[in-house]
Design a protein around this ligand. Structure first.
Ligand code: NOJ
Ligand code: CA
Length: 550
């Protein structure tokens, strides 16, 4: 097996509780996944990234891990996990698992022990405990806010507080503690020995922290960048990954890793370097409107960053944390007098807020959203580097906007009531059949309610329909395999008007043209391989991508 298999791989993210339910309890599981491997093979992906499947109270969709070396009994068993590795490998697919090293769950044996142990004890030192402050010592050590809202410090009733950058059920580990370091080497070895090919590292930029006193204020922390924050993206984090790299390189082929690190672009190459994790997510496309100038700038910047790190670039349009891209692209354009968002995080945030605001449904243009999504997908799949797909995007699924409050699960919703609707709308169990119980997801309902339009977008409802999004993905992935070439591209002068078209050519003559505008543009010379909308005559319709070769 080539050690470079990951460089231009298409990786399909499985959010296991919502993929397929094999035992009729409404929760997706490994049995369901084992049963649907054919779908992934027919789709033509190279690898699966499995989101957390560990025992968990699901305070944060499984990103609150009780035990890093086991499978949640609701999801399956270690024996089924081994069967999954074997079946994927037999089918020529690799497996990447999610590792959550910044925090455990509050039910992890170490945290239970820490709570039962006195302040200052070795058990507490595995996490970040601090004495309360103020005249009565009952105030949190700082005004830091958690990512899901509220204070980042939780009191434990004996004068101490623990740090949680996410939900209170997710206490942060103290990575200065050698036992924590040892434990994760054990965890990585446990899965690598079971045949796992790689790891997706959750919040990879937060492990190293500097909690020396006095602690800066929340507002100060927000301003401290480029290694100066006490919490985020500290240079010392790379010492941890250098140690992991030694471990990964002991395997043949070496295990791979990809950092989920929300850091400024110029800080990404260190995470992606060959003596570190090896690859890092670039979420730039996922955070950007469907706009030619921005797409070009993002591609240029990220290819340069990939070259700087020696890694390949990564491309993502959707994942389990953001509004699905066919919905995002159908949102009303920001009014021109609205200030440009400082970062597109705001844009996807806007997407969620917009969905949450009860704004009139007729402002959301889903037909246009899907049309742009198909064009953006073909654009992404022609780029050099690896592409990460999120389950259901091959069906053109939209965000489910109307989940009743009582059915919601995401802590983002509960901790920001009325402000942020949360991420459940992209985590609704997949539709496999046009009708039937939970649209073929399982035989006894789905843990998040599916809307009635789900059947129309089901796998069985699309197979064989040449115009469907599923068949577009399948055909595109087949062609991508056939035409994959060296990791570079050359920008071409696109047809007029150049402001809203982008064209690039890969070294073997594989050419991609995207018309971001509403009106048609001229079809360049060459043989059409595939297009996101039907091409008639010699024009590329609006909001369409076409692949050609000489
Ligand atoms: C990033 C994950 O993608 C997200 O789902 C999770 O809530 C946070 N990390 C905390 O683990
Ligand atoms: Ca189940």
């Amino acid at each position: 097996m080539s050690a470079d298999w990951w460089r231009q791989a298409v990786v399909y993210q499985v959010y296991p509780r919502s993929f397929a339910d094999g035992n009729a309890d409404g929760i997706g599981d490994l049995a369901g996944l084992l049963d649907r491997i054919d779908h992934l093979v027919e789709l033509g992906v190279d690898a699966v990234w499995l989101s957390p499947f560990y025992p968990s109270a699901l305070a944060d969709g499984g990103y609150d891990v009780d035990d890093y070396c086991d499978v949640d009994p609701r999801i399956g068993t270690l024996a089924e996990f081994d069967a999954l590795v074997a079946r994927l490998h037999e089918a020529g697919l690799r497996l990447i698992v999610d590792i959550v090293p910044n925090h455990s769950s509050d039910r992890h044996a170490w945290f239970v022990e820490a709570l039962a142990s006195p302040p200052g004890s070795p058990a507490r030192d595995r996490y970040v405990f601090r004495d309360g402050v103020g005249p009565d010592g009952d105030q949190p050590p700082s005004d830091w806010e958690a990512m899901f809202g509220g204070s980042a410090w939780q009191p434990v009733g004996d004068g101490q507080f623990y740090l949680h950058l996410f939900a209170p059920e997710q206490p942060d580990f103290n990575w200065d503690n050698p036992e924590v370091r040892q434990e994760f080497l054990r965890v990585l070895t446990f899965w690598a020995d079971r045949g796992v090919d790689g790891f997706r590292i959750d919040v990879a930029h937060a492990l190293a922290k500097d909690l020396s006193e006095p602690l800066p204020s929340h507002a100060e922390v927000e301003q401290l960048l480029d290694g100066h924050s006490p919490l985020w993206d500290r240079d010392e984090v790379h010492d941890i990954y250098a140690e992991w790299r030694e471990l990964f390189d002991r395997y043949d082929p070496p295990r791979i890793a990809i950092a989920e690190a929300w850091v400024p672009a110029h800080r990404r190459p260190r995470y992606a370097s060959a003596d570190g994790l090896g690859q890092a997510f670039n979420f730039d496309l996922l955070e950007t409107d469907f706009e030619a100038g921005r797409f070009r700038e993002i591609v240029t910047t990220n290819l340069a960053l990939a070259a700087e790190s020696g890694s390949s670039s990564t491309w993502v349009l959707s994942n389990h944390d953001v509004v699905r891209h066919p919905t995002r692209y159908g949102l009303p354009a920001l009014a021109t007098d609205e200030p440009t968002p400082p970062s597109a995080g705001v844009r996807h945030q806007n997407g969620r807020n917009w969905l949450n605001s009860g704004a009139p449904a007729d402002q959301l243009d889903l037909t246009r959203g899907l049309r742009r999504a198909r064009a953006a997908t073909l654009f992404m799949l022609a780029l050099p580097g690896s592409a990460y797909l999120y389950q259901g995007e091959e069906l053109g699924l939209f965000e489910v906007a109307d989940i009743p409050d009582e059915a919601r699960q995401d802590p983002t919703f509960f901790r920001n009531a009325g402000v942020d609707v949360g991420r459940d709308g992209c985590r609704v169990p997949l539709p496999w059949t046009p009708d039937g119980s939970s649209y073929g997801f399982g035989d006894d309902g789905a843990h998040l309610p599916q809307p009635d339009w789900f059947g129309r977008l089901s796998v069985a409802g699309q197979v064989g329909d040449a115009d469907s999004t599923l068949e577009l993905y399948r055909a595109a992935l087949t062609l991508r395999r056939e035409w994959q070439t060296a990791e570079s591209l050359e920008w071409l002068t696109p047809p007029e008007p150049v402001e809203w078209t982008l064209a690039f050519r890969r070294p073997n003559g594989w050419t991609c043209l995207t018309n971001f505008g509403a009106d048609p543009v001229a079809l360049p010379a060459g043989t059409v391989m595939i297009s996101s909308q039907p091409i008639t005559g010699d024009e590329v319709p609006g909001e369409t991508t076409v692949w050609l070769h000489d």
